[in-house]
Design a protein around this ligand. Structure first.
Ligand SMILES: [Zn+2]
Length: 316
Protein backbone atom coordinates (compact mmCIF):
# COMPACT_ATOMS: atom_id res chain seq x y z
CA UNK A 1 0.00 0.00 0.00
CA UNK A 2 1.28 3.42 -0.96
CA UNK A 3 0.62 4.93 2.44
CA UNK A 4 2.80 2.28 4.11
CA UNK A 5 5.61 3.01 1.68
CA UNK A 6 5.36 6.69 2.39
CA UNK A 7 5.38 6.06 6.13
CA UNK A 8 8.48 3.91 5.81
CA UNK A 9 10.25 6.54 3.70
CA UNK A 10 9.68 9.17 6.40
CA UNK A 11 10.50 7.03 9.42
CA UNK A 12 13.61 5.58 7.82
CA UNK A 13 14.47 8.87 6.12
CA UNK A 14 14.79 6.89 2.94
CA UNK A 15 14.60 8.86 -0.27
CA UNK A 16 14.71 5.86 -2.59
CA UNK A 17 11.45 4.58 -1.08
CA UNK A 18 9.90 8.03 -1.37
CA UNK A 19 10.97 8.16 -5.02
CA UNK A 20 8.75 5.17 -5.80
CA UNK A 21 5.59 6.99 -4.70
CA UNK A 22 3.51 8.82 -7.31
CA UNK A 23 3.35 12.52 -6.56
CA UNK A 24 3.38 15.99 -8.05
CA UNK A 25 5.64 19.01 -8.03
CA UNK A 26 3.48 21.90 -9.15
CA UNK A 27 5.64 24.90 -8.36
CA UNK A 28 9.06 24.81 -9.95
CA UNK A 29 10.99 26.94 -12.40
CA UNK A 30 12.63 25.30 -15.38
CA UNK A 31 15.91 27.16 -15.13
CA UNK A 32 16.45 26.55 -11.44
CA UNK A 33 15.05 23.18 -10.48
CA UNK A 34 17.92 20.78 -11.11
CA UNK A 35 19.46 19.05 -8.15
CA UNK A 36 22.93 20.31 -7.36
CA UNK A 37 24.60 17.00 -8.12
CA UNK A 38 23.23 16.72 -11.64
CA UNK A 39 24.13 20.34 -12.24
CA UNK A 40 27.66 19.81 -11.03
CA UNK A 41 28.09 16.74 -13.23
CA UNK A 42 26.88 18.61 -16.28
CA UNK A 43 28.63 21.95 -15.85
CA UNK A 44 31.43 21.09 -13.44
CA UNK A 45 30.61 24.12 -11.34
CA UNK A 46 29.28 24.81 -7.88
CA UNK A 47 26.97 27.62 -6.92
CA UNK A 48 27.98 30.06 -4.21
CA UNK A 49 26.40 28.94 -0.91
CA UNK A 50 23.80 31.36 0.44
CA UNK A 51 21.47 30.96 3.39
CA UNK A 52 19.40 34.07 3.10
CA UNK A 53 18.30 36.41 0.33
CA UNK A 54 17.38 39.99 1.18
CA UNK A 55 14.70 40.27 -1.50
CA UNK A 56 13.90 39.37 -5.09
CA UNK A 57 16.49 41.82 -6.43
CA UNK A 58 19.17 40.08 -4.37
CA UNK A 59 17.98 36.69 -5.60
CA UNK A 60 18.00 37.88 -9.18
CA UNK A 61 21.53 39.22 -8.85
CA UNK A 62 22.68 35.94 -7.31
CA UNK A 63 21.16 34.05 -10.24
CA UNK A 64 22.88 36.29 -12.76
CA UNK A 65 26.24 36.00 -10.97
CA UNK A 66 26.08 32.22 -10.73
CA UNK A 67 24.17 31.22 -13.84
CA UNK A 68 23.98 34.23 -16.12
CA UNK A 69 26.25 32.78 -18.80
CA UNK A 70 24.29 29.49 -18.91
CA UNK A 71 20.95 31.28 -19.10
CA UNK A 72 22.00 33.55 -21.93
CA UNK A 73 22.82 30.72 -24.37
CA UNK A 74 20.16 28.60 -25.99
CA UNK A 75 21.82 25.20 -25.58
CA UNK A 76 22.77 25.67 -21.96
CA UNK A 77 19.40 27.19 -21.07
CA UNK A 78 17.68 24.15 -22.56
CA UNK A 79 20.11 21.90 -20.70
CA UNK A 80 19.06 23.56 -17.43
CA UNK A 81 15.41 22.78 -18.28
CA UNK A 82 16.34 19.20 -18.99
CA UNK A 83 18.28 18.82 -15.74
CA UNK A 84 15.19 20.07 -13.88
CA UNK A 85 13.11 17.46 -15.66
CA UNK A 86 15.64 14.71 -14.96
CA UNK A 87 15.61 15.69 -11.29
CA UNK A 88 11.83 15.31 -11.22
CA UNK A 89 12.05 11.95 -13.01
CA UNK A 90 14.52 10.67 -10.42
CA UNK A 91 12.28 11.91 -7.61
CA UNK A 92 9.30 9.97 -8.95
CA UNK A 93 7.24 13.02 -9.88
CA UNK A 94 4.28 12.07 -12.07
CA UNK A 95 3.04 15.55 -12.87
CA UNK A 96 5.59 18.31 -13.08
CA UNK A 97 4.52 21.93 -13.56
CA UNK A 98 7.45 24.11 -14.55
CA UNK A 99 7.49 27.68 -15.65
CA UNK A 100 9.57 29.05 -18.47
CA UNK A 101 10.03 32.73 -19.27
CA UNK A 102 8.27 33.79 -22.47
CA UNK A 103 11.08 36.29 -23.16
CA UNK A 104 13.31 33.39 -24.18
CA UNK A 105 11.62 33.69 -27.58
CA UNK A 106 13.54 36.85 -28.36
CA UNK A 107 16.44 36.42 -25.96
CA UNK A 108 17.69 33.07 -27.23
CA UNK A 109 15.42 31.91 -30.07
CA UNK A 110 15.87 34.84 -32.47
CA UNK A 111 12.16 35.67 -32.31
CA UNK A 112 11.18 32.25 -33.55
CA UNK A 113 8.08 31.08 -31.73
CA UNK A 114 8.21 27.86 -33.73
CA UNK A 115 11.72 26.97 -32.59
CA UNK A 116 10.85 27.78 -28.99
CA UNK A 117 7.70 25.70 -29.01
CA UNK A 118 9.48 22.83 -30.79
CA UNK A 119 12.18 22.81 -28.12
CA UNK A 120 9.54 22.59 -25.36
CA UNK A 121 7.59 19.88 -27.16
CA UNK A 122 10.76 17.90 -27.71
CA UNK A 123 11.39 17.82 -23.97
CA UNK A 124 7.78 16.88 -23.23
CA UNK A 125 7.94 14.00 -25.69
CA UNK A 126 11.33 12.76 -24.60
CA UNK A 127 10.06 12.14 -21.06
CA UNK A 128 6.43 11.36 -21.76
CA UNK A 129 6.72 7.75 -20.59
CA UNK A 130 8.08 8.94 -17.25
CA UNK A 131 5.77 11.79 -16.37
CA UNK A 132 3.52 14.56 -17.55
CA UNK A 133 5.37 17.83 -18.02
CA UNK A 134 3.19 20.91 -17.88
CA UNK A 135 4.89 24.08 -19.01
CA UNK A 136 3.61 27.26 -17.41
CA UNK A 137 4.07 30.43 -19.37
CA UNK A 138 6.04 32.59 -16.94
CA UNK A 139 5.62 36.34 -16.94
CA UNK A 140 7.94 38.58 -14.96
CA UNK A 141 5.75 40.95 -12.98
CA UNK A 142 8.44 43.58 -12.95
CA UNK A 143 9.47 43.51 -16.59
CA UNK A 144 6.12 43.04 -18.32
CA UNK A 145 5.12 45.77 -20.74
CA UNK A 146 1.76 46.23 -22.43
CA UNK A 147 3.26 45.39 -25.83
CA UNK A 148 4.21 41.89 -24.58
CA UNK A 149 0.54 40.98 -24.76
CA UNK A 150 0.80 40.23 -28.48
CA UNK A 151 3.68 37.78 -28.15
CA UNK A 152 2.06 36.12 -25.14
CA UNK A 153 -1.18 35.75 -27.08
CA UNK A 154 0.64 34.01 -29.92
CA UNK A 155 2.40 31.72 -27.47
CA UNK A 156 -0.84 30.75 -25.75
CA UNK A 157 -2.34 29.97 -29.16
CA UNK A 158 0.37 27.37 -29.86
CA UNK A 159 -1.15 25.08 -27.22
CA UNK A 160 2.20 24.14 -25.70
CA UNK A 161 1.37 25.74 -22.35
CA UNK A 162 -0.81 24.24 -19.68
CA UNK A 163 -0.83 27.25 -17.39
CA UNK A 164 0.24 30.82 -16.93
CA UNK A 165 2.24 32.08 -13.96
CA UNK A 166 3.03 35.60 -12.85
CA UNK A 167 6.39 35.65 -11.10
CA UNK A 168 9.27 37.72 -9.81
CA UNK A 169 8.85 40.82 -7.69
CA UNK A 170 5.23 40.80 -6.53
CA UNK A 171 5.62 44.28 -5.10
CA UNK A 172 6.31 45.80 -8.51
CA UNK A 173 3.46 46.38 -10.98
CA UNK A 174 -0.22 46.57 -10.14
CA UNK A 175 -1.97 43.26 -10.66
CA UNK A 176 -4.49 44.96 -12.97
CA UNK A 177 -1.81 45.29 -15.67
CA UNK A 178 -2.15 41.55 -16.23
CA UNK A 179 -5.93 41.30 -16.42
CA UNK A 180 -6.04 41.26 -20.20
CA UNK A 181 -3.40 38.52 -20.48
CA UNK A 182 -5.17 36.38 -17.89
CA UNK A 183 -8.55 36.79 -19.57
CA UNK A 184 -7.03 35.54 -22.79
CA UNK A 185 -5.35 32.64 -20.99
CA UNK A 186 -8.65 31.72 -19.36
CA UNK A 187 -10.41 31.75 -22.70
CA UNK A 188 -7.81 29.23 -23.84
CA UNK A 189 -8.33 27.01 -20.79
CA UNK A 190 -4.96 27.57 -19.17
CA UNK A 191 -4.57 27.05 -15.42
CA UNK A 192 -4.26 30.51 -13.92
CA UNK A 193 -1.47 30.85 -11.38
CA UNK A 194 0.40 33.76 -9.81
CA UNK A 195 3.13 34.28 -7.24
CA UNK A 196 1.41 36.31 -4.54
CA UNK A 197 1.40 36.41 -0.77
CA UNK A 198 5.07 35.50 -0.57
CA UNK A 199 6.09 39.06 0.28
CA UNK A 200 2.85 40.94 -0.24
CA UNK A 201 0.09 40.93 2.36
CA UNK A 202 -3.11 38.91 2.54
CA UNK A 203 -5.12 41.62 0.80
CA UNK A 204 -2.91 41.33 -2.26
CA UNK A 205 -3.78 37.64 -2.46
CA UNK A 206 -7.50 38.34 -2.53
CA UNK A 207 -7.03 41.09 -5.09
CA UNK A 208 -5.01 38.80 -7.38
CA UNK A 209 -7.55 35.98 -7.10
CA UNK A 210 -10.35 38.42 -7.90
CA UNK A 211 -8.74 40.43 -10.68
CA UNK A 212 -6.99 37.54 -12.46
CA UNK A 213 -9.59 34.87 -11.58
CA UNK A 214 -6.80 32.63 -10.29
CA UNK A 215 -7.08 28.88 -9.82
CA UNK A 216 -3.75 28.59 -8.04
CA UNK A 217 -1.66 30.76 -5.76
CA UNK A 218 2.11 30.17 -5.71
CA UNK A 219 3.22 30.56 -2.06
CA UNK A 220 0.33 32.65 -0.67
CA UNK A 221 1.59 32.14 2.88
CA UNK A 222 0.54 35.56 4.15
CA UNK A 223 -3.08 34.46 3.72
CA UNK A 224 -3.01 33.39 7.38
CA UNK A 225 -2.89 37.05 8.42
CA UNK A 226 -6.54 37.53 7.52
CA UNK A 227 -9.28 35.04 8.37
CA UNK A 228 -11.70 36.63 5.90
CA UNK A 229 -9.26 36.07 3.08
CA UNK A 230 -8.64 32.49 4.19
CA UNK A 231 -12.39 32.04 4.00
CA UNK A 232 -12.50 33.63 0.56
CA UNK A 233 -9.70 31.35 -0.74
CA UNK A 234 -11.35 28.27 0.71
CA UNK A 235 -14.70 29.14 -0.78
CA UNK A 236 -13.05 29.59 -4.17
CA UNK A 237 -11.15 26.28 -3.87
CA UNK A 238 -7.82 27.97 -4.48
CA UNK A 239 -4.84 25.62 -4.54
CA UNK A 240 -1.77 26.93 -2.66
CA UNK A 241 1.50 25.57 -4.02
CA UNK A 242 3.75 26.06 -1.01
CA UNK A 243 7.56 25.74 -0.95
CA UNK A 244 8.97 25.63 2.57
CA UNK A 245 12.73 25.92 1.99
CA UNK A 246 12.20 28.77 -0.40
CA UNK A 247 10.26 30.73 2.23
CA UNK A 248 12.94 30.04 4.85
CA UNK A 249 15.61 31.48 2.56
CA UNK A 250 13.79 34.74 2.06
CA UNK A 251 12.42 35.53 5.45
CA UNK A 252 14.31 34.97 8.68
CA UNK A 253 11.14 35.63 10.67
CA UNK A 254 9.84 32.33 9.32
CA UNK A 255 11.19 29.09 10.68
CA UNK A 256 10.08 25.56 10.10
CA UNK A 257 8.08 25.45 13.35
CA UNK A 258 6.07 28.62 12.76
CA UNK A 259 5.64 28.27 9.00
CA UNK A 260 2.07 29.25 7.98
CA UNK A 261 1.48 25.93 6.16
CA UNK A 262 0.17 24.35 9.37
CA UNK A 263 -2.46 27.04 9.83
CA UNK A 264 -3.39 26.93 6.15
CA UNK A 265 -3.86 23.17 6.33
CA UNK A 266 -5.86 23.34 9.57
CA UNK A 267 -8.19 25.91 8.10
CA UNK A 268 -8.95 23.52 5.25
CA UNK A 269 -7.13 25.30 2.46
CA UNK A 270 -5.83 23.09 -0.32
CA UNK A 271 -2.06 23.03 0.10
CA UNK A 272 0.57 21.16 -1.90
CA UNK A 273 4.31 20.85 -1.29
CA UNK A 274 6.79 21.83 -3.97
CA UNK A 275 10.42 22.78 -4.50
CA UNK A 276 10.43 26.20 -6.27
CA UNK A 277 14.19 26.46 -7.05
CA UNK A 278 15.94 23.30 -5.91
CA UNK A 279 19.18 24.24 -7.64
CA UNK A 280 19.51 27.26 -5.36
CA UNK A 281 17.79 26.15 -2.17
CA UNK A 282 19.26 22.66 -2.30
CA UNK A 283 16.12 20.94 -1.02
CA UNK A 284 14.50 18.06 -2.89
CA UNK A 285 10.80 17.28 -2.65
CA UNK A 286 11.68 14.41 -0.32
CA UNK A 287 13.52 16.83 1.90
CA UNK A 288 10.54 19.22 1.99
CA UNK A 289 8.32 16.42 3.35
CA UNK A 290 10.98 15.19 5.71
CA UNK A 291 11.54 18.69 7.15
CA UNK A 292 7.89 18.92 8.12
CA UNK A 293 7.85 15.40 9.52
CA UNK A 294 11.04 15.64 11.56
CA UNK A 295 10.06 18.98 13.04
CA UNK A 296 6.65 17.63 14.05
CA UNK A 297 4.79 20.16 11.95
CA UNK A 298 2.67 17.37 10.43
CA UNK A 299 2.27 13.72 11.17
CA UNK A 300 2.59 11.08 8.45
CA UNK A 301 -1.16 10.87 7.78
CA UNK A 302 -1.33 14.61 7.25
CA UNK A 303 1.68 14.63 4.96
CA UNK A 304 0.13 11.83 2.97
CA UNK A 305 -2.98 13.95 2.61
CA UNK A 306 -0.79 16.70 1.15
CA UNK A 307 0.58 14.25 -1.42
CA UNK A 308 -3.00 13.39 -2.34
CA UNK A 309 -3.95 17.07 -2.57
CA UNK A 310 -1.30 17.48 -5.25
CA UNK A 311 -2.56 14.50 -7.20
CA UNK A 312 -6.17 15.69 -6.85
CA UNK A 313 -5.24 19.16 -8.02
CA UNK A 314 -4.14 17.79 -11.39
CA UNK A 315 -6.93 15.26 -11.85
CA UNK A 316 -9.25 15.47 -14.85
ZN1 LIG B 1 8.30 30.27 -7.50
Amino acid sequence: MVYELFKKSMIEENKSIFDKINKTNLHAHALLSANKELFYKEFNRKLEERNLFADMADFRQYTIDNLGDLISERDTQLKLYELSILTAVKDGIKVFDISVDFRSVYKIFNDSITNYVNALNKLKNKYKDKMVINFDLGISRKSYQAKDYYLIKKLIKTGVFNGIDLLGDELSQNIRCFKKVYRYAKKNNLILKAHVGEFGGAKSIKKAIKVLKLDVVQHGITVVDDKNIMHYAKKNKIVFNVCISSNLRFNNAINIKNHPIREMFDYGLIVTLNTDDELIFGSSLFNEYLLLYKNNVFNIEELYEIIKSGLNAVKD
